[in-house]
Ligand binder design. Structure first.
Ligand code: NAD
Ligand SMILES: C[C@@H](CO)CCC[C@@H](C)[C@H]1CC[C@H]2[C@@H]3[C@H](O)C=C4C[C@@H](O)CC[C@]4(C)[C@H]3CC[C@]12C
Length: 369
């Protein structure tokens, strides 16, 4: 990769650059990657905020495209040095079919790898997920684990299955010769549950709380800990990895890194209340208000209703057997691999991450604040 402190020479492509995480990566690259000459933002749906970025010193090229279409990916990638592949179908609610999830997440990733080979793009950073590891279908806890912690990774849901397959493709592609004869260097980042400005599920919880008169009802025991990481820190990890892959190819190529920061370990609901409480919402109950067997019944009923109603309407409630199992299984990460391998330190402290997220919730339409 060309290296000059003064003259920006590099071309980056971000797939899924208009999504929740993608937007943070795109904005941060423009702020913090001085070697950037052109930033290509590739997404199925282009956002209007991209327009304002075009006024800056870096050339921002918006490309409307579909990762499932190999020729579109290859055309977008031609002449780029680095690709950050974050596009994906994030669906644990049954909005998309398993076939579509596989097509976007697995075939889409294969297309990105093939396009790297075809166009000579040498560096590929892939946004994987903690779900590649777990929670598994047996509900085994993963407590403060790291990248080497043994864990029985068994999936049945289409989303984690697709992320696991895609990650495997990315890791296996490390070292493949790209056009021009140089080796492809790949790396996968595994965020735990991401939160921050733009987080759709947080938005859903907030509006649900408003509908119930400012109340949310505890469904998960406070003792179940869930790993969470601030979106700005996840974006920062991607940028650092992309920057360091050339110099540290031997160490980092083919590696996986959990995304982590100083966000506290809490249950999914208690963690959300860190932001929703200051916005006027209350979590009712020190213990789950409904017994677990009843929640299982309701989740099963929701799944049944989803299946029955599918020909008429898409019914996608937050509660289903998979989300209930996830929310009820401890899954937390404690590692310093990213710090050891490429000097990562969280860019945002917990206090800053919290404040930024609260301000975003407070600015939402219909806010109780
Ligand atoms: N949100 C989380 O908590 C979380 C946690 C771990 C990993 N991840 C991973 O991070 C990545 C980004 O997730 P997100 O939460 O920002 O999701 P998101 O849905 O907000 O963003 C995904 C983006 O990909 C785009 N996209 C979808 N299908 C596409 C296609 N066929 N072609 C081109 N673009 C397409 C979407 O338009 C969207 O802009 C995903 O790969 C996801 O698996 C997310
Ligand atoms: C029982 C409900 C009553 O309040 C709580 C349901 C919470 C669920 C909707 C969420 C619990 C865990 C979340 C997932 C987790 O944070 C990790 C993820 C990995 C990532 O790759 C995509 C998002 C997600 C699957 C995330 C989705 C929402 C939960 C299942």
């Amino acid at each position: 990769m060309a290296d000059s402190a003064q003259v920006p020479t590099l071309v980056y492509l971000v797939t899924g650059g208009c999504g929740f995480l993608g937007e943070h990566i795109v904005r941060m690259l423009l702020e913090r990657e001085p070697r950037l000459r052109e930033l290509r933002v590739f997404d199925l749906h282009l956002s209007s905020w991209l327009e304002e970025l075009k006024a800056g010193p870096v050339q921002v090229t918006a490309i409307q495209g579909d990762v499932t279409q190999a020729h579109e990916v290859a055309a977008a990638m031609s002449g780029s040095h680095v690709v950050i592949h974050t596009a994906g179908l994030v669906d644990v609610f049954g909005k998309a079919s398993p076939k579509t999830i596989h097509k976007v997440n697995v075939q889409g990733t294969k297309n990105v790898i093939d396009a790297c080979v075809q166009t000579g793009t040498q560096y590929l950073v892939y946004t994987s997920s903690m779900e590649v590891v777990g929670p598994n279908i047996k509900g085994h806890p993963f407590y403060r684990g790291n990248e080497d912690t043994p864990y029985e990774a068994v999936h049945s849901h289409p989303y984690p299955c697709s992320k696991a397959l895609a990650e495997q493709l990315v890791l296996e592609a490390n070292g493949r010769k790209v056009n021009g004869g140089l080796p492809l260097v790949t790396c996968a980042l595994r965020p735990t549950g991401i939160y921050g400005e733009g987080h759709q599920v947080m938005r859903d919880f907030y509006y649900q709380g408003l509908r119930f008169g400012g109340r949310l009802f505890r469904a998960v025991p406070a003792s179940v800990e869930h790993g969470r990481v601030y979106v700005g820190n996840v974006a920062w990890m991607h940028i650092l990895v992309a920057r360091e892959l050339e110099q540290r190819a031997a160490l980092m190529g083919g590696q996986v890194y959990f995304c982590y920061d100083k966000s506290p370990y809490k249950s999914y609901e208690d963690f959300n209340m860190e932001f929703l409480s200051p916005c006027g919402l209350r979590l009712i109950g020190a213990h789950p208000l409904l017994p677990y067997w009843l929640l299982v019944l309701l989740a099963t009923l929701n799944a049944l209703l989803q299946w029955l109603l599918r020909p008429l309407v898409l019914y996608t409630p937050l509660l289903n057997p998979y989300t209930l199992a996830m929310a009820n299984t401890t899954f937390t990460v404690s590692t310093n691999k990213a710090q050891r391998h490429f000097g990562y330190k969280p860019l945002f402290s917990w206090e800053e991450s919290r404040t930024r997220t609260i301000q975003w919730v407070q600015a939402m339409e219909g806010s109780a604040w």
